[in-house]
Write a protein that binds this ligand. Structure first.
Ligand code: NI
Length: 182
């Protein structure tokens, strides 16, 4: 396993639409190893989610996991989710504004409106179909990650930049609110 480098805002790969993973690719041992590297990278960098374009692979792969830790004691608990070719099939009209950060945007936090509930379908790491409804923090992280697969970052989803904050000022004025760094 390996901790991968993170693509930062300005790198064109973050603005591309990612390619679907094929069934043949999903059976490739190197690809399975890549998924493990994504999980290790997400955890090593204190993210609650990671999308493959953030580690320079323009493919539709996302990983999500969250648990409280020393850096984010108020982080919600989310069990490991690995999805290939995820697709949001439903977004609730009802939205909630929550704090987000991004491993590709160092030390920035901002409040982003997201649907409270989403329907999701896609495939697990072995290309078996999965579909479920998500709400709350998981729904937010799924929206953040699937945005990365269509070349969007959380800044694009903010209503305005009045809450955009440097990390030190977020910690000073707004922490310990839960924050989705993904
Ligand atoms: Ni992100």
């Amino acid at each position: 396993m390996a901790i991968l480098d993170i693509a930062k805002l300005g790198n064109p790969i973050l603005r591309k639409v990612a390619a679907e993973v094929t069934e043949a690719e999903s059976r490739n041992a190197a690809f399975q190893g890549f998924i493990d590297d994504m999980i290790e990278t997400m955890q090593a960098r204190d993210g609650v989610g990671l999308a493959a374009p953030q580690v320079f692979v323009s493919k539709q792969v996302i990983v999500i996991k969250s648990n409280p830790n020393s850096r984010y004691p108020s982080a919600p608990q989310l069990s490991l989710l690995i999805m290939l070719n995820p697709e949001i099939t439903y977004r609730s009209e009802e939205e909630v504004e929550g704090w987000e950060g991004c491993l590709s945007l160092d030390n920035l936090r901002g409040k982003v409106p997201r649907s409270v509930k989403v329907g999701v379908k896609g495939f697990n790491r072995y290309m078996e179909p999965i579909a479920f409804d998500a709400e709350g923090f998981l729904a937010v992280v799924i929206q953040h990650e699937t945005d990365h697969l269509i070349g969007k970052v959380f800044l694009d989803r903010m209503n305005d930049f009045s809450t955009l904050s440097h990390l030190a000022e977020f910690d000073r004025f707004w922490a310990p609110r839960p924050v989705a760094v993904a």
